[in-house]
Design a protein around this ligand. Structure first.
Ligand code: GCU
Length: 833
């Protein structure tokens, strides 16, 4: 009964996106499954096997509209789904293998035995049973036959974790989908329903660990009171085989333990970590381990005592070892007070410089958690050389599902193709038991944790889901969470397979839907990259702020080291061994030689590796400056073209998700123009070299607000200048509407009128478009874009289509301010329909 209620509620709310890829919508051709057994028999009575059985009931009910029954082991004399461990299954069906399979692995087998059909789900362990059940349901959701199942799946690596950067107050650092599902107001939430649902989603794609709190860890995570609350999260995870991990502050022995030191080699500090860890395991017996961010971006660390990261990691590791826990020590350690005037200073070098000399010094339950690129989740980076620079140290690769630098879930950016390129990249690594192979050592092999000196490894995805019904806000962004997990399970899957699979599970099997969404997803990373950050120079965003809209100079002349060094003559970081920072020397041959030489360095990473004049010719034959113009114009156009692609799907899915995505794509197309113009015009002004195609700096259809006839509105400068057309906009500081108007002087016809305005997050200004005094459109600037100021984060486009105009018509924008939102207006553009 309880289950039925759950199924019904679930179905009724499915269109919110909450069900994600566990949509379990009815399959069209259920005849394929006519011969399926009607019962489930579990040979295992663990809580995980119970979750597996329940999931089979729920999935089959949703997709095939058939209610399975759970029966006891004694009734195994009729056709059934049979679930259990490999050993348990072998005991019942001696013909089936008893062979050991790796932890968390499973096999699926259709067995015809004494006139009955058994669909066997056998797990290496209880988690494997659960993963097998989800894999079976995935096959039904994609309308694959189960008649002759004979599949075995083994995860690529033992560590398949997500990290959440949730703060105790309920905010999420770099989270874009609402507040924390775990915390509120300094405490663990009383209602953890969403947490259980999250664990179920994670389990369905093989994720076995989740670190629930921000790496910039709150000092008191490990206090007894806090641990008692946190144990409830672990309880909610447990039925889904997801083990909880915690970010810890390395100074905890001092802040919580009241010692006068946190020196990791002080015996009192070691004893404190041991007894604190024992306490953690008394409350959370299946605790996964500690994540550590130390000596990084203001966090204290072992360097305070002249100790190394290995000293700190090992102290924690020794405390965790008796309980089977691990330390994920983040290699994101660098000096953010670098001297920007020093041509040899280079943040990209930091992880390798610090951790490579420590190779072999870490306990075997320490794993270095290494970001996939040497800087910080930019739209394009090379693979971190540290990944190929360790031979005797466990390593896990960290990627970012939350789109911090890649559009914050307001822009479509499917990151699986990027991660896949990294996983397949050959590092030619050396090491005691992973000698450089002539055919190379791809990243996916280095992080697999399957070698003698490196028993652990895997992938960690910073997910940052929130309370938003859609988990990641943009319905299509969930493909990133899904894809991360699928790659962590099997890095040999292709982005296309993953995108198709996700689409089928999320939106159903309509071939048009599958084809269109897959194509959009696969194109989206290159589209985003092309209008934001050229040739490996980094995402040209506001580096020291919210990392969202354009802010080209923010990376320069400060100590953070995300420099692109663009000036009047050229652009790029010289990281060569010959004349630059020497970073390229951190790679093995032949990778180092490939990057060092301009002749072989790929265009996509040119400006990451070299400083060149704007007139330098790429392998593509274009000059750097013309590439900047072309890629930004092409990228913005490609972003606009996503809209008609999506519109072909109207009526092929629920209206809620259709409209939600359409609105986001429309917003993205407008913001891509903001990016395009900011970057093109900044480089035009800085280099003085015009665009061959005459586009940059020329906007024949645009009327600047500051040159319109203003009533109440007053012109102001916008900072940074490149984020407003002509560097200026108008604002209204009255308590009544202001207006900006001009007379249309073009040919009579039908036009679309776009108003470029600023949607600041400190109020909800109202706007109206009037033609000859008659209202044609009205909208409210009530989005929650990440800034209270007029800039590249808040510049937004509103387009009114199909407006009949003739010469002399008065076009008027009226803005009504609200609180701090001054109804800022940048320009109006009139394009033929
Ligand atoms: C980025 C991000 C920070 C985060 C850091 C990290 O720099 O902007 O918010 O704390 O990465 O990974 O630790």
């Amino acid at each position: 009964m309880i289950l039925l209620v759950f199924v019904c509620t679930y179905g009724a709310h499915a269109e919110t996106g909450e069900a994600a890829w566990l949509h379990y919508a009815p399959v069209q051709d259920s005849r394929l499954y006519a011969a399926l057994p009607g019962t489930v028999i579990s040979l295992n009575d663990s809580v995980l096997a119970k979750s597996a059985a329940r999931e089979l009931l729920q999935g089959v009910s949703g997709m095939l509209r058939r209610e399975l029954r759970v029966r006891t082991q004694k009734e195994i004399d009729a056709s059934a789904f049979v679930i259990g461990t490999v050993t348990e299954v072998h005991r019942r069906f001696p013909d089936l293998p008893a062979t050991e399979i790796a932890d968390d692995a499973f096999y699926l087998k259709t067995l015809h035995h004494r006139g009955h059909t058994y669909i066997v789900i056998a797990g290496a362990n209880e988690r494997g049973i659960l993963y097998g059940a989800f894999a079976l349901l995935r096959r039904i959701a994609q309308q694959q036959s189960l008649a002759n199942l004979d599949d075995k799946e083994t995860p690529a690596a033992p560590i398949r974790w997500v990290d959440q950067w949730d703060n105790p107050d309920g905010s999420i650092e770099r989270g874009y989908a609402g507040r924390s599902i775990f915390f509120d107001n300094g405490h663990v939430r009383s209602d953890l329903t969403r947490v259980s649902e999250y664990a179920r989603l994670l389990a369905s794609v093989g994720i076995n660990g989740c670190n629930v709190n921000n790496v910039n860890a709150a000092a008191d995570t490990l206090s007894t009171a806090s641990l008692e609350e946190l144990a409830r999260i672990a309880d909610a995870f447990r039925p889904w085989g997801v083990r909880m991990a915690l970010s810890v502050n390395i100074a905890s022995p001092q802040t919580i333990g009241h010692l006068d030191t946190f020196d990791p080699l002080d015996p009192r500090v070691e004893a404190w970590w041991k007894s604190k860890t024992d306490e953690v395991y008394r409350l959370i017996p299946d605790f996964a381990g500690f994540t550590v961010k130390a000596d990084s971006e203001g966090q204290l660390g072992p360097s305070n005592y002249g100790r190394t990261p290995a000293d700190a990691a090992n102290t924690l590791a020794r405390a965790l070892k008796p309980h089977g826990g691990v330390v994920l020590y983040r290699a994101f350690v660098y000096n953010h007070h670098l001297d920007w005037r020093d041509p040899k200073a280079d943040r990209a070098r930091a992880a390798y410089d610090i951790f490579h000399p420590l190779d072999g010094e870490f306990e075997d339950n320490v794993v270095l958690q290494i970001k996939h690129g040497p800087i910080d989740f930019q739209a394009r980076e090379p693979v971190s050389p540290l990944i190929g620079g360790l031979g005797r140290t466990n390593e896990a690769m960290e990627v970012q599902v939350t789109q911090e630098y890649t559009g914050q879930q307001r822009h479509l950016c499917f990151l699986v193709p990027m991660w896949k390129e990294v996983l397949d990249f050959h590092m030619y690594a050396e090491g005691s038991d992973l000698h450089a192979k002539p055919e190379g050592t791809p990243v996916k092999e280095l992080i697999a944790g399957k070698s003698f000196h490196r028993p652990l490894g895997g992938m960690v995805g910073v997910a940052n889901v929130g309370l938003d019904a859609n988990w990641l806000a943009h319905p299509l962004a969930m493909a990133n969470l899904y894809g991360f997990a699928r790659l962590a399970w099997n890095p040999d899957l292709t982005p296309k397979i993953i995108a198709e699979e996700w689409t089928r599970l999320t939106f159903g099997n309509d071939p048009e839907v599958v084809k269109t969404i897959t194509a959009m997803q696969l194109a989206s990373w290159h589209i985003y990259e092309s209008y934001t950050g050229p040739l490996g120079a980094g995402t040209m965003t506001d580096i020291i702020g919210v990392h969202y809209g354009p802010g080209i100079e923010s990376s320069e002349r400060n100590g953070w080291g995300q420099w692109h060094r663009a000036d009047h003559d050229g652009i790029g970081m010289d990281r060569t061994v010959a004349t630059g920072t020497g970073y390229i020397g951190q790679y093995h041959e032949p990778v180092a030689a490939m990057y060092e030489s301009l002749a072989t360095c790929p265009d996509a990473l040119l400006l990451f590796m070299h400083h060149v004049p704007y007139t330098y010719r790429l392998h593509s034959g274009k000059t750097v400056i013309q590439h900047i113009y072309d890629s930004h114009y092409e990228g913005a156009e490609a972003a606009a073209n996503l809209i008609p692609q999506w519109q072909t799907l109207k009526g092929r899915m629920d209206d809620e998700r259709y409209e939600d995505v359409l609105n986001r794509l429309t917003y993205q197309a407008g913001h891509a123009i903001v990016w395009r113009d900011a970057i093109s015009e900044w480089f035009l002004k800085t280099s003085g070299i015009p665009d061959d195609k005459g586009r940059a700096g020329h906007h024949p259809n645009r009327v600047e607000a500051e040159s319109m006839q203003l009533k109440g509105y007053a012109p102001v400068d916008v900072t940074p200048w490149e984020t407003a057309s002509g560097g200026k906009a108008v604002i209204c500081e009255l308590a009544e509407p202001c207006s900006a108007s001009f007379a249309f002087s073009g040919k009579p016809g039908r036009y679309q009128i776009s108003a470029q305005y600023f949607d600041t997050n400190n109020g909800a200004a109202g706007f109206r478009l009037l033609i000859n005094g008659k209202q044609m459109d009205a909208w409210t600037a009530d989005d929650s874009l990440p800034s209270p100021k007029m800039n590249g984060h808040t510049s937004t486009r509103h387009t009114t289509s199909d407006v009949a105009l003739q010469a002399g018509d008065t076009i008027q924008i009226e803005g009504l301010p609200d609180h701090g939102d001054k109804a800022g207006l940048d320009y109006v553009e009139i394009d033929p329909e």
